[in-house]
Design a protein around this ligand. Structure first.
Ligand SMILES: Nc1ncnc2c1ncn2[C@@H]1O[C@H](COP(=O)(O)OP(=O)(O)OP(=O)(O)O)[C@@H](O)[C@H]1O
Ligand SMILES: [Zn+2]
Length: 860
């Protein structure tokens, strides 16, 4: 058998990798962590579903599922295995024919093909640096591959066999109890049968008793019923009689209460007559009241009239007294009216007179206030004088100016004179003369200018004086015209005033007369007004009053007489008395009607009593005829009730007995089924005892180690033979290897490995060279595999050279090459380039960007 091809999808560090193993020695090479071991893991997984860690960790990180496909060549057949994580695809094909389609089926098929997982995983697939571990672990490995450890577990004191035996023991013991129990149950069943018989008899007897009692009870019940009917009638009659007697006694009482009604009626009627007499006088009282009222009215009217008459009398007297003043008033009034317009004239004239006087006064004050000035002609004279002076001055100044002019001309002529003739004097003109003349002119000019200046100053002052005088003149003229105006006004006013004064004087006497009249009228005003108010009062008015007074006095007399008459008729009876009588009469009449009604009731009562007495006699007779005996009824009832209690007790007793009977019958049924069941059980005990004996025997054999020691001794020979066969192919110096089991029955002791040389001398394994040790280790693995599986397919070595020195590395490589004679295919996983030396086919693995990649090729 060989591994042909393995395909990894999302498995560990691989995305999708296909590896083919084309050589006999295939070397998978690459750096640490490149993904080499992952390929071996894929093979293990495909074959046995074996993994280093948790199965889910085999899926590439970040992926949801993984798939591995393995192809094996077995003779001419091609075996293809597919497995996935999660476990969806578990298939096995042989020559493309689907043979197994579940994990269980695939596992079974793999085993059938000669690949025992325990053997392959412990011997044919060698993990990093573990080649020589086999020396220490040999007994464990053997135990594992032979499953002796399982056998041992089976026979341990708490092992599976022992626990089954104990189960059987418990069952057997329980069954033994059952036998005893079965006997008890049978006894109980017999006693129950007896009980049932007794109870049935008893119940029959009680039933007879019960029916006799029931008969008696029904006879008594009929009698009681008849008596009860009678009792009902009796009670009906009795209550009727009671009712009649009760009514009778009530009516009797009522009749007694009403006995004195007639006397009472008589008394009230007498009183009624008396009250009626009083009430009848009511109209007289009303008449009297009216008369009294009209008398009062008349008296009031009289009083008023007397008052009026007295007043008129007094007024007339007063009117006569005022007549004199009235005449006087009339006289003054006439004067007053006549003088009224003169008075008005006087007043207005006086007023204008005083106005004028006031004006005159004002103007005079103004006149006096005018400023005092010089006389106009005086000022004018001064102005004339000054103007004369100014004229003189001007003439003077004109003369001087013309002389100055002359001098100027003369000087010019002198200066511009060309001839030697003096223009002034006509004499010879020499320089000296010229000079003398000029000097004379100059001094004269100077003198004249001086004088002119003085004159000019005088002129200025005169002109100033002139200006002032003109101003003064103007003021004076102004004042004069004002004064003249005032004086004219004054004279006018004075004339008017004297005229007005004259008029006032003329009106004065009339005005005085007017004043007198006015004062007198004022004096007489109140008496005049009083007189006027009394103007309407006269003698006729007075007479009319006197007449009325007489009439009323007459009426008063009449009314008084009537009052007297009525009072005597009423005899001191008041309105109150009558009111009281009326009320009493009303109450009395009501009481009377009530009494009359009661009188009627008395007659009714008598009739009713008579009829009731008749009823009573009839009822008494009926009761006597009935002859009902209450005591008899009570007695019979008591007897009947006692009988009922007896029946009830008996019934309950029978019920209980029946219930008990039912219970016992049930129990008996149960017993019957239990008995059948137990009988069956008891029969099983014999079978169980036999089975237990067999198991104990088996356990004895196993724990004595018979089977193991047989297996071990057989296998030991086989392994030794195979080992020596393999070793002979390894070209070793020693002749033979011997395995010595110290504890051959259980493999619990050490296994000693000795090499024998050509001379039969033995060497312990520790004394051998490194290469020899590796060779024996590998040989031992192959020998075990061959011994258990028959033939060898492939061997996988993972990093076998690790921890080895170069000498031993070389020896290992040659041992591997030599192994090819025993195992058809070898796969070596390594990072050691030296291994390539023995490779026929190279598989290079590299990690590129988080995923493993593979390059395959034949080694050159
Ligand atoms: N589930 C996973 N998904 C992705 N990568 C993983 C997963 N499990 C392990 N790895 C990584 O895969 C890489 C390859 O591991 P593997 O054991 O195959 O390497 P190797 O080439 O045998 O290296 P060494 O010589 O060190 O054993 C490692 O770097 C590891 O960390
Ligand atoms: Zn001269």
């Amino acid at each position: 058998m060989r591994v042909d091809k393995v395909k990894l999808i999302n498995f560990l560090s691989h995305d999708e990798t296909t590896v083919t193993f084309k050589g006999d020695i295939n070397v998978i090479i690459g750096h640490n962590g490149a993904g080499k071991s992952s390929i071996i893991d894929a093979i293990n997984f495909a074959l046995f579903k074996a993994t280093r860690g948790k199965i889910d960790d085999m899926v590439k990180r970040g992926k949801a599922s993984a798939l591995v496909e393995l192809e094996l060549k077995m003779g001419n057949s091609l075996v293809k295995i597919q497995r996935s994580i999660p476990s969806r695809k578990e298939l096995l094909f042989i020559n493309d024919k689907l043979i197994a389609r579940s994990a269980k089926e695939v596992n079974k098929k793999v085993e059938e093909l000669g690949l025992d997982s325990r053997v392959v995983l412990t011997t044919m697939i060698v993990r990093q640096g573990e080649i020589e571990n086999i020396f220490e672990n040999l007994s464990d490995i053997l135990k594992k591959v032979m499953m002796i450890d399982n056998l041992e577990k089976l026979t341990e004191s708490n092992g599976r066999i022992r626990s089954i035996i104990m189960e059987y023991d418990a069952k057997i013991k329980a069954s033994q109890d059952s036998e005893k129990r079965l006997k008890e149950l049978r006894e109980e069943r017999d006693s129950k049968d007896k009980e049932i018989l007794n109870l049935e008899q008893l119940i029959r007897k009680l039933d007879d008793e019960l029916s006799a009692l029931k008969q008696e009870e029904s006879r008594l019940a009929t009698e009681v019923n008849q008596l009860q009917e009678k009792a009902k009638i009796f009670h009906g009659l009795k209550t009727g009689l009671d009712r009649v007697e009760r009514e009778l006694s009530k009516l009797d009482q009522e009749r007694k209460d009403l006995a004195n009604i007639p006397q009472e009626i008589e008394r009230l009627e007498k009183r009624q007559r008396k009250l009626k007499e009083i009430v009848e006088k009511k109209p007289d009282i009303i008449d009297l009241e009216n008369a009294e009222k009209s008398l009062k009215d008349l008296n009031n009217r009289l009083k008023k009239l007397v008052q009026e008459r007295d007043k008129i009398h007094a007024d007339l007297k007063k009117k006569k007294e005022l007549e004199r003043f009235h005449i006087e008033y009339e006289k003054y009034k006439k004067n007053y009216d006549e003088l009224k317009h003169i008075h008005e004239d006087f007043i207005s004239t006086s007023r204008s007179l005083s106005d004028k006087r006031k004006s005159l006064n004002e103007i005079e004050t103004k006149l006096r206030a005018l400023p005092v000035t010089r006389k106009i002609d005086e000022i004018q004279k001064e102005i004339e004088e000054i103007s004369q002076k100014i004229n003189d001055l001007n003439t003077n100044m004109g003369a001087i100016n013309s002389e100055l002019d002359q001098i100027g001309k003369s000087m010019n002529a002198l200066i511009s004179a060309k001839e030697d003739k003096c223009p002034v004097c006509g004499g010879p003109l020499d320089e000296l003369h010229k000079k003398q003349l000029l000097e004379q002119y100059n001094s004269r000019e100077k003198e004249l200018k001086e004088r002119l200046k003085g004159l000019k100053e005088i002129q200025d002052s005169l002109q100033e004086r002139m200006r002032r005088l003109n101003l003064e003149l103007k003021n004076a003229q102004n004042n004069q015209s004002k004064a003249e105006n005032y004086k004219e006004q004054i004279s006018n006013l004075s004339r008017e005033i004297s005229e007005l004064q004259e008029k006032v004087n003329r009106l004065q006497s009339l005005e005085e007369k007017y004043r007198e009249a006015s004062d007198k009228l004022k004096e007489l005003d109140s008496s005049e007004r009083e007189y006027l108010s009394l103007l309407g009062v006269n003698e006729e008015e007075l007479d009319r009053r006197e007449e009325e007074i007489a009439t009323i006095n007459h009426e008063i007399e009449e009314v008084s007489a009537k009052i007297q008459q009525l009072s005597s008729r009423l005899g001191g009876l008041t309105r109150e008395d009558i009111g009281k009588a009326e009320k009493e009469l009303r109450d009395l009449e009501w009481a009377l009607s009530e009494l009359i009604r009661k009188k009627g009731r008395v007659e009714q009562i008598s009739e009713r009593i008579e009829s009731l007495l008749k009823q009573r006699d009839e009822l008494r007779k009926e009761i006597e005829d009935l002859s009902f005996d209450q005591l008899e009824l009570d007695r019979k009832r008591k007897d009947r009730d006692a009988l009922r209690v007896q029946i009830e007790t008996l019934q309950r007793d029978i019920g209980e007995k029946r219930g008990k009977l039912h219970e016992i019958i049930e129990r008996r049924k149960q017993l019957e089924s239990e008995i059948t069941e137990l009988t069956e059980k008891v029969k099983q005990v014999q079978d169980l005892s036999r089975a237990k004996e067999r198991l104990e025997k088996l356990r004895r054999i196993l724990s004595e180690g018979g089977l193991q020691s047989y297996l071990i001794s057989t296998l030991k020979g086989r392994i030794e033979n195979n080992l020596n066969d393999i070793m002979s192919m390894f070209n070793m110096s020693f002749a033979r290897v011997i395995l010595t089991f110290q504890e051959s029955r259980s493999l619990s002791g050490k296994i000693d490995i000795q090499a024998l040389d050509q001379n039969g001398q033995s060497l312990p394994i520790g004394m051998l060279s490194g290469g020899e040790k590796i060779a024996i280790a590998l040989g031992l693995r192959l020998a075990i595999a061959r011994s258990l599986m028959g033939s060898l397919g492939f061997m996988i070595l993972d990093e076998p050279t690790i921890h080895l020195d170069s000498q031993r590395r070389a020896e290992l490589l040659s041992v591997i090459q030599e192994s090819m004679r025993v195992v058809p295919q070898i796969i070596v996983v390594t990072h050691d380039e030296e291994v390539l030396r023995i490779a026929e086919y190279v598989i290079r693995v590299e990690k590129v960007g988080g995923k493993s990649e593979v390059i395959e090729g034949v080694n050159q």
